[in-house]
Design a protein around this ligand. Structure first.
Ligand SMILES: [Mg+2]
Length: 244
């Protein structure tokens, strides 16, 4: 038996570009003409405010529309209540309904990967950081519970604790444990800190990690451009490595 843990956002389901990226672009296009900033400068202001809100409040979804409103006030030459309402709605549009997540579906190759892992004798766990109300909608909409022994919605930067706890409870050796995720900061770093291996899926990064090269060249890190690449490559590399 081996422990395999998987990230959700931008690993199993597209999220950063389609949700956050699109909303930030809309914000920039609405706010820039009402300010002295260009579209990209307006988005930069929003990113800076959003980053400080995440540092202060974590991943609760209410922070997002508030970041949009704060950025609008910081930028607009003559803020109006209609403007506030409009940018709040753009911020809120990032969070979809269960049906909308269901319709979006999984990344290419993700269903095949989950089927494969589910049919092997692995302990398989989902570990996702975010607002529990939103992440549960994704889990339900994508019908992910059928594949996993358990799903864990955790606060930002605590995945290593979850992996460590799972290793402790299941009795697996960390050298045979793998965490699969797209973020160097949230996923790869967490796996290495838990003494496990990491499979880095090189899709959208929403924040930087310090010393990225350390993680990218680490001997316990395997890299794939996408989940589809990982599926194409296994069993030659990933699964054979797992089953050996
Ligand atoms: Mg992710």
């Amino acid at each position: 038996m081996r422990l395999i843990t998987l990230d959700l956002d931008d690993t199993l389901m597209a999220c950063g570009e389609v949700d956050y990226g699109a909303a930030k672009q809309q914000f920039g296009e609405y706010t820039a003409p009402r300010s002295d900033a260009s579209v990209s400068e307006a988005i930069e202001v929003l990113n800076r405010i959003e980053k400080s809100k995440v540092a202060e409040h974590g991943l609760a979804k209410e922070r997002v529309p508030q970041s949009f409103i704060d950025a609008y006030y910081a930028l607009a030459n003559a803020p109006t209540s209609d403007g506030v309402r409009h940018v709040r709605e753009i911020g809120e549009s990032i969070f979809k309904t269960e049906d909308e997540y269901a319709e979006r579906g999984l990344m290419d190759g993700a269903e095949q990967l989950l089927e494969t892992l589910h049919n092997e004798p692995f302990d398989l766990h989902l570990i996702t950081a975010g607002d529990p109300r939103v992440q549960q909608r994704k889990i339900n909409g994508l019908q992910l519970e059928q594949y996993f022994d358990d799903t864990h919605i955790v606060p930002m930067d605590t995945k290593e604790e979850t992996i460590t706890d799972l290793l402790h409870h299941t009795g697996h050796d960390s050298t045979h444990a793998y965490h699969i995720g797209n973020s160097l900061q949230s996923d790869v770093r967490a796996a290495l800190e838990a003494d496990a291996n990491a499979v880095h899926i090189q899709t959208h990064q929403w924040r930087e990690v310090e010393n990225a090269e350390y993680y990218q060249t680490h001997e316990r890190v395997m890299m794939y451009e996408s989940i589809a690449d990982l599926v194409d490559d296994s069993p030659d590399r990933f699964l054979s490595h797992q089953l050996a």
